[in-house]
Write a protein that binds this ligand. Structure first.
Ligand code: FAD
Length: 427
């Protein structure tokens, strides 16, 4: 109706959704932001929660609080299960419907097990806060159980940590678990020598950090090995069980397995019945609208789009944020009856991965960095992108403690300490 504010529903308060809302400030719109979680997560540091380096509240913030200064934004906790595109309504799990004039889908992705979902209870992936605390719990419990174990074979399995997938998350997890065992935990245990813990990084491809230049990839492998990580390349995992991991036709007994090997988009493409790529990502138009639905935008990890040089736009935070900024511009132009902005153009700013204390790799394209300098830049960049001043100070302090005293203060086993790990709940 004329005179009524334009209704925008944003599904997902991740990097893409929040950035779109941020750039719609002052526009004549009424926004409903719906997310199935009450918090926004800084996923790049999730592995530090999983490895007891940071606590959950240092990398996650209540969405409602983030929107407190935006009276035109209503935050709802709810899970979206479908979209009635004809009626222009978003369907929630509890039966509620949210009407929209424009819809922004920013629902991200989750880990995927290449058709073997039965592996998930044995090899949790890392995406949500619950995933991180589950992994942290398993790692810490394994050391606790090993301290009391008398059977050497079982003790070896308890002290073997396998990470499947040597992308940035796998590398970061492997390096940090090795440092946790070697530096942090060693003085705290009496019966076991935590230096003997095995950290095995298994990768199906021929290199670690496959998306990085060869020399940075080689440096990363050597750095991991110097931390004591066993890097196994060209080995596809064919089974994950409560007993361990099978690759190359052999079982490696291990009680802790972490999955960092594959992702699958949210079911947004299924909600709309539109074409998706093999990872379930919506194949969007160059202006980030869903084919056949100019009033629906999809951004971030849940979409597939060719970037510069025909390469796909990567599933990383800056890509989701740039898409959020772009969509806000398109909506503003439409509301002002102004010409539509040119198609979305993704600008790659660089790739960063931490390997361990004072070791990281950075590929800015025009310059490649590794070692301590890269680590400082990595650290400063991550602190800069955290949301609040409190989090920045808190993370900086936690890192100072880790680097000067080897102390990781978030070594808490939560969700009980006697539950059988292999049957931990799905999150
Ligand atoms: C462990 C890990 C480490 C990473 N490290 C880096 C890094 O170092 N650098 C980097 O640039 N990128 C990194 N990434 C990738 C980066 O986090 C993602 O590319 C980015 O979060 C994508 O943003 P998004 O807005 O598309 O989705 P997300 O940020 O994932 O947000 C999606 C939101 O949608 C909500 N949602 C999903 N489904 C529903 C539903 N049905 N109903 C309601 N709400 C829903 C979710 O709760 C979530 O809040 C990492 C990712 C992970 C998992």
């Amino acid at each position: 109706m004329a005179g009524e504010p334009h209704r925008i529903v944003v599904v997902g308060a991740g990097f893409g959704g929040l950035e779109a809302i941020h750039h719609l400030k002052g526009a004549p719109v009424e926004i409903t932001l719906v997310d199935r979680r009450n918090h926004h997560i800084f996923q790049p540091l999730l592995y530090q929660v999983a490895t007891a380096s940071l606590s959950t509240s240092e990398i996650a913030w209540p969405i409602r609080h983030l929107m407190r200064g935006r009276p035109e934004v209503t935050t709802l906790l709810g899970e979206v299960t479908g979209i009635d595109a004809l009626a222009r309504q978003v369907l929630l799990k509890d039966g509620a419907r949210l009407a929209y004039d424009t819809l922004i889908l920013a629902t991200g992705a989750r880990h995927a097990y290449f058709g073997h979902d039965e592996w998930e209870p044995h090899a949790p992936g890392l995406k949500a806060i619950e995933d991180a605390t589950t992994i942290r719990r398993r790692i810490l419990l394994a050391f606790e159980k090993a301290e009391r174990e008398t059977d050497p074979e079982v003790q070896d399995a308890l002290l073997t940590f396998v990470i499947v997938g040597a992308g940035p998350t796998g590398v970061e997890l492997a390096g940090t678990i090795a440092e946790l065992a070697r530096d942090t935990l060693a003085p705290d245990f009496r019966r076991i020598d935590t230096h003997k813990a095995r950290v095995v990084l298994v990768e199906a491809g021929p290199r670690v950090l496959a998306g990085y230049p060869d020399d940075l990839s080689d440096y990363t492998k050597q750095s991991l090995e110097s931390l004591g990580v066993e890097v196994v390349l060209g080995a596809a995992v064919t089974e994950c069980t409560a007993d361990g991991v099978v690759y190359g036709g052999k079982l490696l007994p291990a009680r802790t397995i972490v999955w960092a090997a594959g992702v699958r988009a949210s079911p947004a493409a299924e909600w709309l019945g539109v074409p998706a790529d093999r990872n379930g990502r919506i194949i969007v138009e160059p202006n980030l609208t869903v084919p056949g639905h100019p009033e629906i935008f999809a951004i971030g990890d849940t979409v597939s789009l060719a970037g510069p040089n025909g390469k796909p736009v990567p599933g990383i935070a800056p890509a989701a944020k740039q898409a959020g900024v772009y969509v806000a511009r398109v909506i503003r132009a439409r509301l002002a009856d102004a010409p539509a902005p040119p198609p979305f153009h993704y600008k790659h700013q660089g790739s960063l991965a931490q390997i361990g204390k004072k070791r990281a790799v950075i590929d800015f394209g025009w310059i490649k960095l590794r070692g301590a300098l890269a680590w400082w830049i990595w650290g400063i960049a991550h602190i800069y992108f955290l949301i609040s001043v409190r989090s920045r100070l808190s993370v900086a302090l936690s890192w100072l403690w880790i680097h000067t005293r080897n102390q990781r203060s978030a070594r808490l086993i939560t969700q009980g300490s006697d539950e059988d790990d292999s049957h931990a709940q799905k999150v």
